[in-house]
Design a protein around this ligand. Structure first.
Ligand SMILES: Nc1ncnc2c1ncn2[C@@H]1O[C@H](COP(=O)(O)OP(=O)(O)OP(=O)(O)O)[C@@H](O)[C@H]1O
Ligand SMILES: [Mg+2]
Length: 261
């Protein structure tokens, strides 16, 4: 479904050059739940923005980003617009803060349905209720303003928004950051259920290795813009190869022991 080959991304802003992604190759199979793990600044969000064709203009990008065989890097903006929301959709980092405060939840979702699925009026409203249901929210939430939702509810609403046009691939950038551990687990469970129920492919972006290991069937560990390691959670936790992954796994067991002690 998604084949990233030797991708490099270099930001060029205000005379500063940053090699945010360096020679990254990743293969995402249809129906998989992939975890993209790495510390802050390792290039996770940059990689996701590249997949969506949303990098700033002056950015240098090389390599291939094949989505069902077509290279996203070479795609026209029109073609890309067809792909976003309907094929590949993003739950952005800090999604909870990305809702406009004075706009009701339903209007946020309806706007996406209007623009990208050409659905209006009753048809759109029906979809809003269905989408809220799919993420475990009551229909009544649609009449609320963003500040009237808890953090976990807002995150669910952000997922509903991303699902509005029935994408095949969902990119979820740190969807559980800033939530308490119980709500984190609920959001992960939701993503996992959605992945199975809708035959959705998901890339979960997180700095939290244990969290990704809980739900993902494959992990990619990034460090300094490069792929340090890929494998199943079991392989990576039982037998990490890269020094950085070894450190992450040690850290994971240290925390676990502290919590148990
Ligand atoms: N628009 C931009 N212009 C210039 N540099 C950028 C831009 N966006 C990100 N960077 C730089 O690229 C590198 C990778 O950033 P990125 O946001 O992809 O990391 P990340 O892994 O998502 O980090 P975090 O976990 O903190 O979200 C960092 O050095 C960052 O400062
Ligand atoms: Mg990020």
């Amino acid at each position: 479904m998604l084949d990233i080959k030797n991708l490099s991304v270099r930001y060029n802003s205000a005379g500063r050059v940053v090699d945010a992604v360096r020679d990254v190759s990743v293969h995402v199979e249809k129906g998989s739940f992939m975890g993209l793990v790495g510390e802050s600044g390792s290039g996770k969000s940059t990689l996701m923005m590249a997949v969506l064709g949303l990098l700033p203009k002056q950015t240098e990008i090389s390599g291939e980003l094949l989505y069902n065989g077509s290279d996203i890097i070479k795609m026209s903006e029109d073609k890309m617009r067809d792909l976003r929301w309907k094929e590949i959709s993003l739950v952005p980092q800090s999604a909870q803060n990305s809702f406009t405060p004075v706009i009701k939840i339903k209007s946020h979702i309806e706007e996406v349905l209007n623009i990208h699925s050409n659905k209006f009026g009753e048809e759109a409203e029906k979809d809003v209720i269905r989408l809220l249901g799919e993420v475990g929210l009551d229909a009544g939430i649609k009449e609320r303003y963003p500040h009237e939702l808890s953090g976990g509810q807002k995150q669910r609403a952000a997922i509903a928004l991303a699902l509005a046009c029935s994408p095949a691939l969902l990119l979820a950038d740190e969807p559980t950051t800033a939530l308490d551990v119980i709500v984190q687990a609920e959001i992960l469970k939701l993503l996992s259920e959605l992945q199975k129920r809708k035959d959705l492919s998901i890339i979960l972006v997180t700095h939290d290795l244990p969290l990704a290991a809980m739900v993902c069937d494959r992990l990619i560990v990034m460090k300094d813009g490069m792929v340090a390691e890929t494998g199943t959670p079991r392989d990576i936790i039982n037998d990490p190869q890269h020094p950085h992954t070894k450190e992450l796994v040690r850290e994971m067991f240290r925390e676990r022991n502290q919590n148990n002690g």
